[in-house]
Design a protein around this ligand. Sequence first.
Ligand code: AMP
Length: 368
Amino acid sequence: MKLSRVGIVGAGQLGRMLALAGYPLGINCVFLDRSAAAPAAQVAPILTGDLEDPAQLAALAACSDVLTFDWENISGKALAPLEKLTKVRPPRAALEVSQDRIAEKALFSKLRIPVAAHAALDSKEQLIGAIHKLGLPGVLKTRRLGYDGKGQFVLRDRTQIDKAWAAIGGPGLIYEKFQEFSREVSIVGARSAAGQTVFYPLSANSHGGGILLYSLAPFANPGLERSARTYLKRVMNALAYVGVLTMEFFVVKGRLVANEMAPRVHNSGHWTIEGCVTSQFENHLRAICDLPLGSTRALGHTAMINFLGKMPDRERLLAIDGLAFHDYGKEPRPGRKLGHCTILKSRVMERNLALADALKLIQWRPIP
Ligand code: AMP
């Protein structure tokens, strides 16, 4: 059967970029979101309602050949009935694992993928026990629903325990040993139902306050790239994955330590729109619609910079040669991801110079 109608749960910027990638392929996306003004609703039809509303989810499934996600935190309970109505890709198991940092780390460990030493905890006493066992510094995080550094507290000494507990204390936490990383990198790949896999080059990611600021790609390190591909492929195969899957890593003493995975297209893969033969958005649609996966070959050296909280001066940015501009159509709010730009150049040096120019306009400090 030809799969051309894609239902997407959540209508944020990821959904919007999926919808835009779908049109040239003859794939039409329809969304479910609480807000009729959500970014994807500006470019495709939308059903409005709660993302876990059974009736609206069933209505979305009814008008879709395949169902996928912009928002991956939908509960397994809300998802299960939809599997009888349509294809759900990526599979429910992948979403469930990614929603719980402990389950995610257990899967990585089972697949012999290195992770930070960690402990699950539900009380302040257990936090004290975890600090005693694992040492300081460490990061206290919520097991579920944390994103962009929200629900996290870095503990450097014991006097901060009360403050950390007051900030995010409660049941369902994880304490992780702080990773003294030299870099953060991520890999995006896609797997088809038939088991075909493709992988994008690694990207090096810079965060501020837990939010991605900018990514540089390809990050040329053949050894790390080989490991990242191997790890991502293990996870994909273990979950019988279909679609795009992203893994984020810390580079510690020249080796990868897995931080987390995202069962969807990812902010650190936005550079692939201009920077690769086939974007992550197109390859996600190709994978879930049973189409051959496209080439992930990089076309040059890119920098992707997020617009956070405030849109920069469009005219001045567009004057930078080789820069592509993406406005998600969102209301500004402090720290909110409102858009991004990607610079594509044939040489690393040219890319770095253009990046420094762009960062001045976006009011980021230049790369250290
Ligand atoms: P996460 O929500 O787990 O992706 O964390 C957001 C950011 O916080 C990461 O990209 C890192 O910059 C930082 N971070 C999270 N966990 C750790 C850790 N165990 N050690 C050092 N930095 C961390």
